[in-house]
Design a protein around this ligand. Structure first.
Ligand SMILES: Nc1ncnc2c1ncn2[C@@H]1O[C@H](COP(=O)(O)OP(=O)(O)OP(=O)(O)O)[C@@H](O)[C@H]1O
Length: 234
């Protein structure tokens, strides 16, 4: 479903396929042929990188048979090692055995095709604009992330937000979130989701009076209206 999802924002759609690969997907990935010495990525004009298998080496030249059924001879440095299938759609790319450009691109591409738009890279959360509304921002999803450590739940901006909130409570220090990217990348939308998360989690469990609710809405819109800076200080 995720890849072909048309885009709605309801809380009634199961969010899990948009957050983690299914068991079947993992099994299929585990069954793809892989050889740690031969499986590799090579540059491709159209697709940036294609997978292939090393056929032979001659000095600094390597001959690779690609998944496009072509045979190319490239420089040693243009051949990138492929990660074992157990790293299929890795949620934190810092854990990859081979951390090269091709592996990072492939991991992000594969996750994006499945509409899994959040991926960690060490302390950073890499986000790719889905250009359609995914059912991953509702109240139920917010509850899923409340009070959870980063490694206990799938990558999400809500996890980053929740961890910052808890660090603030523990350390009695202001926390900052830097949301950066090129124009149209989704900085404003993601900033709004962070604020929405705090409003959601902060409001749950206690009945908010009408005047308090109005005040919260006022603050929310004031922040949204002047949100052309992307450094949120909690
Ligand atoms: N998480 C998301 N889910 C759905 N659509 C999104 C998401 N993030 C971004 N978009 C879409 O992409 C558009 C551009 O996003 P946004 O305005 O947040 O970019 P920006 O990085 O703030 O751009 P700029 O720097 O030019 O202000 C949004 O209007 C929205 O249609």
């Amino acid at each position: 479903m995720p890849g072909g999802y048309k885009g709605e924002c309801g809380d009634d759609v199961d969010p899990m396929p948009f957050l983690v690969p299914s068991e079947k997907e993992r099994l299929d990935a585990m069954n793809t042929p892989y050889d740690i010495k031969l499986s590799c990525w090579v540059k491709d004009e159209k697709e940036a990188f294609v997978s292939g298998e090393i056929q032979s080496k001659d000095g600094d030249k390597v001959t690779v048979k690609t998944s496009k059924n072509t045979t190319v001879t490239v420089k040693d440095e243009d051949v990138h090692q492929m990660n074992p299938p157990k790293f299929y759609q890795a949620s934190d790319m810092a854990n990859l055995t081979f951390l090269n450009e091709a592996s990072v691109m492939e991991n992000l591409r594969s996750r994006y095709v499945s509409m899994r738009i959040y991926t960690y890279s060490g302390l950073f959360c890499v986000t790719i604009n889905p250009y359609k509304w995914l059912p991953i921002y509702g109240a139920k999803v917010a509850q899923l992330y409340k009070g959870k450590k980063r490694n206990e739940v799938p990558p999400h901006l809500f996890s980053v937000s929740d961890n910052a909130y808890h660090d603030m409570l523990l350390e009695h220090e202001n926390q900052s979130m830097l949301i950066t990217g090129e124009s149209g990348a989704g900085k404003t939308e993601n900033t709004k989701k962070v604020i929405q998360y705090f409003a959601n989690v902060g409001a749950s469990g206690s009945k908010v009076s009408d005047s308090k609710a109005c005040f919260t809405v006022h603050i929310y819109h004031s922040v949204i209206d002047c949100i052309k800076y992307y450094l949120l200080v909690l």
